[in-house]
Design a protein around this ligand. Sequence first.
Ligand code: CP
Length: 307
Amino acid sequence: MNIQHVLESQQFTRPLLNELFSVTDQMDRVLARGGTQDYNDKIMASLFYEPSTRTRFSFEAAMHRLGGRVISTENARDFSSGASGESLEDTVKVLNNYTDVIVLRHNEVGGSKRAAKVSRVPIINAGDGKGGQHPTQALLDLYTIYKERGSVEGLKVAFVGDLANGRTVRSLSYLLGKFERVKLYFVAPDVIQMRKDILEYLEENEVWYDTVDKLGSIIPEVDVVYQTRIDKELFGDKADEYEKFAKEYYIDPDVVQSMSPQAIIMHPLPRLKEISPEVDNDPRAAYFRQARNGILVRMALLSMLFG
Ligand code: CP
């Protein structure tokens, strides 16, 4: 693979995405036979300054299934020397002596870029700050759309929820913008609508998009509904406003009823109250299949970085 670090989703060209998806398909077969020992000389550090269930566990499981080993801190802000004031750069320089790849979730936008500047080993951005990026989530999201729908070209995708701060929707917008005739709908109230930088990127690249504030108006015509969590804290003392939006964008069996039979519902998870658990058994609910794809895509990515 012709990239040293995985920092933002725009790095991935169409040929590279094709290669990644082909290796991901192979990893499904590797996983079915319990894994491989091909990378038993490799060590991965997972350095998480913010909480995570899916990203950290799926990266660590991916590394184990590849035969490699893992060194880890799940709360680097408290349990690494970061707690004593050590800079991210110094921590990364030190870890370079012990490991072959560093998976980093950082609380500041740009944390992974700072780490990459001083790192000889690959840095993988596992999410940086509010409104940063989460490129490996976007890769597994794109793979999910491709597997569930057979193709990405020409699809209509609705992003719903906190689009201003959600890093997964930002990263996935860049990737979807690489495919022909895709149309993106950003469904959110103004206060948490998609930021200008992404909208400008889409305009420059002639990607169709629309911003809307009502879910019901577009639900019947979209192929993918990508739901996200709205952070209650963003609304401070305006709890009523949060409750209003949470209700307005809630996906329950009635909403699903109005979707196309071939459409899928995605969510990067964790879910709070955005999707009713009653929807989980509908075949269109793809979010747990999406989470499973995380280990496959991350096995593929690690194997390609190791070469
Ligand atoms: N989707 C996602 O990034 O989940 P975690 O925060 O649990 O890693």
